[in-house]
Write a protein of this length. Structure first.
Length: 291
């Protein structure tokens, strides 16, 4: 039995798409089962509720051989650490109680981020809890999601500009969510591995924000430039868009850590995934821009 969290989310739905035809029984935790397609609902067992509900997690993990665990972001969270660790503690209790053999979780890339790096630090703390359960564990450690650029479609369309709180010439570590999902699905379906480990995930590219803007401009066939925004201005923008003070501060701290090079070592040594940034722009960004 495979158990998946976030089956309608950006990564979780792609994991589900990749494992559903394998023949392994699948159970999903879904707050709103109506967001699953009728075909999927006929082929999986659904535990309705939230991964944040201890009883839901205990019910869902019963009889599980392997679990895909992802705590999705919540910009309204009053504490970044509690947002990650509270449901993860429930997951750990359920893993031990039900003897779950393998766990695959989405964490984050980065060295030296145990403290003071906002959402990165919270993700690493959650990873540490899961690794301590004694189950076989793989922490997927992606760089920044390429899909985050989709949030800037209006800025690209109206201003011809990409905005990031990073220097124009600093290398950024990016990865397509399809590559995260593919790695997760492969690990879930492979019952041969044991022990704990981490899997850094990046694209084949070595790009700066200026390089990102150049490729976006070429693929969209319109001028697009990059503009760095100060970290504090970035935090204030998040607040204006409805983020809590804790969440906005966490994002600012994360940006500072990234600018200080916390991704650099893993970015250099990671085995790159298959999806390059130009390919992603052609297959995902351009259709979304033209829609």
């Amino acid at each position: 039995m495979l158990v998946l969290t976030t089956p309608t989310g950006q990564i979780g739905r792609q994991v589900l798409d990749r494992v559903i035809d394998d023949g392994e029984p699948i159970r999903v935790i879904a707050r709103d089962p109506g967001r699953l397609s009728p075909e999927v609902r006929q082929r999986v067992e659904v535990v309705q509720g939230s991964h944040r509900d201890h009883d839901v997690v205990m019910k869902a993990f019963a009889g599980a051989d392997a679990v895909f665990w992802l705590v999705p972001p919540d910009s309204r969270a009053r504490s970044v650490e509690d947002h990650v660790l509270e449901p993860t503690r429930s997951a750990c209790e359920a893993i031990v109680a039900h003897g779950v053999r393998r766990m695959v979780a989405v964490s984050t890339m980065g060295r030296g981020i145990e403290k003071g790096a906002g959402q990165l630090s919270a993700a690493r703390a959650g990873e540490k809890l899961l690794a301590g359960t004694g189950a076989g564990f793989r922490a997927l450690r992606p760089g920044g999601f390429m899909e985050n650029l989709l949030r800037q479609l209006d800025a690209i369309r109206e201003q011809g500009t990409l905005f990031w709180p990073h220097p124009a010439d600093r290398t950024v570590a990016l990865v397509a969510t399809r590559d995260i999902a593919a790695k997760a699905a492969g690990l879930l379906l492979d019952d041969a591995w044991t022990g704990s480990g981490d899997v850094p995930l990046v694209s084949p590219d070595t790009l700066s924000p200026d390089g990102v803007a150049k490729i976006v401009s070429e693929v969209l066939e319109r001028p697009v430039r990059f503009q760095e925004i100060p970290v504090e201005a970035y935090r204030e923008t998040m607040l204006r868009h409805g983020a809590s003070e804790a969440w906005a501060r966490g994002l600012a701290d994360m940006a500072v850590a990234q600018n200080n090079g916390v991704y650099d070592e893993e970015h250099r040594t990671a085995r790159p995934g298959p999806t390059g940034f130009r390919q992603w722009c052609e297959e995902v960004l351009r259709p979304a821009f033209l829609a």
